[in-house]
Design a protein around this ligand. Structure first.
Ligand code: FES
Length: 105
């Protein structure tokens, strides 16, 4: 398993990026739940964030791609609007063990 971070480092309503070699991912906490996705827009495959660790739209309700503005549901990764509408982000399975967020190697 790969350790991303202590679970309490990811605060409610926040996102964090992890530049793992060959497998960039980001994590979000919403309503107490943790979600992890590959950091790749289904449109062009580019990374999504506006600035380091900023993956959400202005009100923190949706994931937004900084390149062409596609909007994704936090819970499902489903693209609601933008050039990849109907497509989805790639979800990454994770576990929380010993207060750490971990993903498969
Ligand atoms: S690269 Fe993400 S919407 Fe175009």
């Amino acid at each position: 398993m790969i350790e991303l971070c202590p679970v309490n480092e990811l605060e409610e309503g926040q996102s964090l990026g992890f530049d793992l070699p060959g497998k960039p991912v980001f994590a979000i906490r919403k309503d107490g739940e943790v979600y992890v996705y590959r950091n790749e827009c289904p449109h062009l495959g580019v990374s999504l964030e506006f600035q380091e660790n900023e993956f959400l739209d202005l009100d923190g309700a949706l994931i937004q791609c900084s390149t062409h503005g596609a909007l994704f549901e936090i819970e499902s990764g489903h693209c609601l609007a933008g050039p990849c509408q109907g497509d989805h982000l790639t979800k990454v399975d994770h576990v929380i063990e010993d207060d750490l967020i971990k993903i498969p190697a």
